[in-house]
Design a protein around this ligand. Sequence first.
Ligand code: SF4
Length: 253
Amino acid sequence: MPTTYTAPAAEKTTENQRILQEFYPPLTQETTRRSPMRELISTVLSHRTTHADEELAYDRMLEAFGDWEGVVNAPTQELAHAIRTTRWPDTQAPRIQEILRRIKAERGEYNLDFLEEWPTEKGMQWLNDMPGIGLKTASLVLLFNFRKPVLPVDTHVHRVAQRVGMIGPKASVEKAHQVLLDQLPKDSLLLLNFHKHNYWHGQKICFFTKPNCARCPLKGFCNYYLEHYGPATPEALAATPACWDTAWGALPH
Ligand code: SF4
């Protein structure tokens, strides 16, 4: 039986995972990983910043100061200038230096590989205790780099989850991390795909304004669709594409 608009949230999450897994290209265990240090610092730089501007800031930072030791010892204003393509360089520069200082002080080197061996909860807590590192960044590092069974929720994943009804209408981004994780198998590859597919969906179809519902394979059980267009007709369902069409453009990073 197809999932309906009134289905429980957990059923909608399961169906979302199944459908988007077929709609978008799957990620594999071999999907390229950036180094953990790069993932951590890049995620700090990426806050409300495009991927291109984040990469530019990261490259300029290391070009200007050579390595992490150079970044820590750089005059903070000069570091802020190097990462000026990010949204808040004057806030991010001292934050990055403090994160690096703490990693060096606690671990003796700029290296996060020890997180591989640590239990997920302990690693999450350690990352979360860093200045400016929230649940999303900590989860991204643990899932992307160490394939720990956690689920990062950003603004795109949150928007799709809320519109479909996988989380409550008032559930915050922070709360959504645990609510969605509780509804999914603790399988890191599945969670990686779920995160990425919903991220792509929010970026390329379920836009903040004017979502492209005609293209969306979730319309048969999405609360937003029901509220705006009524129950999906057999014609609307039959006209929905089976998978992402590369003619619509490249999928984001
Ligand atoms: S049907 Fe529309 S609102 Fe619902 S998830 Fe799809 S694009 Fe978003």
